[in-house]
Write a protein that binds this ligand. Structure first.
Ligand SMILES: Nc1ncnc2c1ncn2[C@@H]1O[C@H](COP(=O)(O)OP(=O)(O)OP(=O)(O)O)[C@@H](O)[C@H]1O
Length: 278
């Protein structure tokens, strides 16, 4: 589905953002792309979408080289950027015109989503609020039938009901042939929907399969950090810790805790949890 081999990229003369990154993202997964500000989340999505050219290495997306921007790839790849610029036409006209480009576009599903998002497609796109624009474009993306959806901060500007609609759609309508990559700082908005993480930290890209993770790590909450804690932090007077699983029944891991552990480059944690490449 997506393969990065020895990928390198940096802007101009700036220090490289990615160096020798090799990774495979399998088909059918819903992946949260996490990283502190400036770690390269949007850049990675733009590389995958063919908007930027790698400086070294190889990148393949749906068996294509994204930078070649083939119509075959773009019929199956939908990129929702953080900032949208839509033309001064009605939403319906936009869908009638650009929906034709996507063989799997489902106009009925799009209309249903727009109703659930409470966006009227007869309105002119340039007259929509930021959140309404986001909802419109997300409804288009989610009903495009594309095999790869790249969503950059999709919940930014969305109201609370719309976030629930987004989560529900991902849980119920994503099929085995579709992959979703979601760059976000709002992991709690989508944590129930994702089944893998890509963490950008310390110049590396770390893959976590959330189906596999509970086999190696567990979470404990108590008055103090357990002796074998890999990482812990205090929240409202209680200590939330990540500990080696050691045969304990699998439990849900707080993804913010996991992110913080990596962000603070807790060396023991990195050694214990460094995942196998997918
Ligand atoms: N067009 C550009 N030209 C030069 N540098 C850029 C450009 N776009 C991004 N950068 C730099 O590349 C780095 C990564 O930017 P990017 O937007 O990919 O990070 P991000 O992880 O998405 O950040 P954020 O969480 O703040 O959205 C930043 O240091 C940024 O300043």
């Amino acid at each position: 589905m997506i393969t990065l081999s020895q990928l390198g990229f940096g802007y101009g003369a700036q220090a490289p953002l990615f160096q020798n990154v090799s990774l495979t993202i399998p088909t059918g997964r819903c992946v949260a792309l996490l990283g502190a500000n400036g770690q390269g989340k949007s850049t990675l999505l733009k590389l995958l979408a063919g908007a930027l050219t790698p400086k070294s290495g190889n990148l393949r997306v749906l068996d294509e080289i994204p930078r070649q921007r083939s119509p075959q790839l773009y019929q199956q790849l939908f990129f929702v950027p953080d900032q949208l610029e839509l033309p001064p036409i009605s939403g319906q006209r936009y869908l009638d015109r650009f929906g034709l480009f996507y063989p799997g576009f489902d106009a009925e599903r799009c209309a249903q989503l727009l109703t659930r998002f409470e966006v009227d497609p007869s309105n002119t796109l340039t007259e929509l609020s930021l959140g309404q624009c986001k909802k419109f474009y997300l409804a288009f993306a989610l009903s495009s039938g594309c095999r790869l959806l790249l969503l950059d901060e999709p919940t930014n500007g969305l109201d609370i009901p719309a976030k629930a609609v987004l989560r529900d759609w991902i849980a119920r309508h994503l099929d085995d042939e579709q992959t979703v990559l979601i760059a976000t700082h709002q992991i709690k908005d989508i944590d129930a929907s994702v089944d893998a993480l890509l963490l950008l930290a310390h110049g590396g890209v770390h893959w976590f399969d959330l189906w596999e993770l509970p086999k190696s790590v567990a979470q404990s909450i108590g008055p103090q950090a357990p002796e074998h804690s890999l990482y812990h932090e205090s929240r409202a007077g209680l200590c939330h810790a990540l500990v080696p699983a050691r045969g304990t029944p699998p439990c849900e891991i707080d993804l913010e805790l996991l992110f913080n552990a990596f962000h603070h480059n807790f060396t023991g944690m990195m050694v214990e949890l460094e995942p196998e490449a997918a």
